[in-house]
Design a protein around this ligand. Structure first.
Ligand code: NAD
Length: 322
């Protein structure tokens, strides 16, 4: 019987994952501190939606606190999806301390918890940002990741190293997922897909960094959730720790991505091209061979289809709020 702890359950990926697991009647304990990195109201709304399920329990707590560890030690679960983190690359340049607290101390607490509770499989979020700028077009898991471009990426890389040491010293099966630019319903307001749709709908200007020369491996949320679900039953066989890219495996340049949004909305807005920002990666593209080999599945949803689904959700969500 699987009882699962999901950290960051009020966040974009955590919420969508919880919904899927709850529909499958799996018991979930969801944890989040509901911080104000973006609108708290969005996070509260997500928790409200999850609380409609009888098999969901929500605990508002900060994973970097000792109190959180004490509370969770008393709860009943044998698997963990760890998705709580201070996300976003840009803010880590101006406010690194909050990344240290949530992503390093918080992650350490999750490792301790996994050890003390003898967790059967800990699946945790890392990021494509650990690759930094590479000479290789496609990022495979064995590339060197010692030169992250932002402190956010440095915290994620640290997690991978910390995770490895706990996995091999305490025999905790762990999977580290390197996510590549996830988008879709309940998406993050600080990310490009959401920002573009929001700007077009509200007739605001769109600012595109690096004069439109960025390319991203956009990955639709349902694909991410499906892969996470399939990974649950695929803990590493040897070495206790595995790192797996979780991307679509196809790069789309940011201007093309915007054009698809404009075509779907049948609307445009003013676009201002601006220079590259400090810490920006130019291209991200995942090798998904390892993902396919591990779970026999890979992301299917094209940007065209994913954007249509995202826009449908955006319209219904914001129209219902009016
Ligand atoms: N969305 C992406 O494209 C993407 C890409 C790469 C990596 N990631 C990683 O995936 C994970 C989920 O990202 P997301 O996009 O859903 O972000 P998100 O910000 O929507 O979700 C993270 C959640 O964690 C919570 N949280 C943060 N610090 C906490 C703390 N100290 N204690 C308890 N809760 C805390 C936040 O309130 C938030 O609800 C993160 O680890 C992120 O770094 C996401």
């Amino acid at each position: 019987m699987k009882n699962i702890l999901v950290t960051g359950c009020a966040g974009f990926i955590g919420f969508n994952l919880c919904e899927k697991l709850l529909k499958k009647k799996i018991k979930i304990i969801g944890v989040d501190n509901l911080n104000n990195f973006y609108e708290k109201s969005l996070k509260k709304k997500r928790v409200k939606l999850l609380s409609r399920y009888k098999n969901f329990t929500f605990i508002k707590t900060d994973i970097s606190s000792n109190k959180c560890l004490k509370i969770l030690l008393k709860k009943n679960f044998n698997y963990i999806f760890h998705l709580a983190a201070q996300a976003g690359v840009r803010q880590s340049l101006t406010n690194p301390r909050i990344y240290l607290k949530s992503n390093i101390i918080g992650f350490f607490n999750i490792l301790e918890l996994s050890k003390l509770k003898k967790i059967k499989h800990l699946i945790y979020a890392s990021s494509s940002s650990v690759y930094g700028n590479q000479n290789k077009k496609k990022f495979s898991e064995n590339l060197n990741t010692d030169k992250p471009l932002q402190f956010y990426a440095a915290t994620k890389k640290s997690n991978e190293v910390m995770g490895y040491s706990y996995a091999i010293n305490y025999n905790i099966p762990m999977t580290c997922c390197r996510f590549f630019t996830v988008y879709g319903p309940h998406g993050r307001p600080d990310m490009a897909a959401f920002k573009f749709i929001n700007a077009i709908m509200n007739k605001k200007n769109i600012f595109i960094y690096n004069n439109g020369n960025h390319k991203r491996d956009f990955t639709y949320i349902d694909d991410v959730v499906e892969c996470l679900f399939k990974l649950l039953n695929k803990p590493p066989k040897k070495n206790y720790h595995q790192i797996i890219n979780l991307g679509k495996g196809k790069g789309t340049d940011i201007v093309t991505f915007l054009k698809i949004i404009e075509m779907t909305l049948k609307k445009t807005t003013k676009v201002k091209l601006i220079s590259k920002q400090q810490g920006d990666m130019i291209e991200t593209l995942s090798s998904i061979r390892k993902l396919k080999n591990t779970i026999g599945y890979s992301p299917k949803i094209s940007p065209k289809k994913g954007i249509k689904l995202f826009i449908d959700w955006y319209k219904s969500f914001y129209e219902n709020k009016k």
